[in-house]
Write a protein that binds this ligand. Structure first.
Ligand code: 5GP
Ligand code: ZN
Length: 109
């Protein structure tokens, strides 16, 4: 997807530092953090939202990536969130899982 900001980040266009990465996804810090730790798990493959997911293994791999990331950074307690659709607060239409750890400033994400 040419105009997708997360596809560009995945490709390395902005030299974004990846906190963790594997064959399925990259993980980086949210530019506008809403918690002490606020990371985004972003699949390498462009899928607009959870509504477009057809493959259970695909979403399973993303959840395993959440776990692996938190293990790597020593984050034992955290929330995960997926916003699906504009009305639910989705602003970037490339599926991503938020990882929120520590004090959460706002749920209005
Ligand atoms: P959504 O609202 O779609 O669930 O989450 C999108 C998230 O991506 C927001 O929390 C926003 O701060 C973050 N974000 C948007 N653009 C960028 C960017 O260019 N770099 C990073 N690191 N985060 C971004
Ligand atoms: Zn994309």
């Amino acid at each position: 997807m040419e105009d997708c900001i997360f596809c560009k980040i995945v490709k390395g266009d902005f030299n974004t530092e990846f906190v963790y990465e594997n064959e399925h996804a990259v993980v980086f810090k949210d530019i506008n953090p809403k918690a002490d730790t606020h990371l985004l798990v972003v699949p390498r493959k462009h899928v607009a939202s959870l509504n477009e997911v057809e493959d259970a293994e695909f979403i399973g791999n993303l959840m395993m990536t959440v776990k692996e990331t938190c293990k790597k950074i020593g984050l034992k307690s955290y929330k995960t969130m997926i916003n699906t659709g504009k009305e639910a607060g989705q602003t970037v239409f490339h599926l991503h899982i938020h990882i929120l750890g520590g004090e959460i400033k706002s749920f209005d994400l």
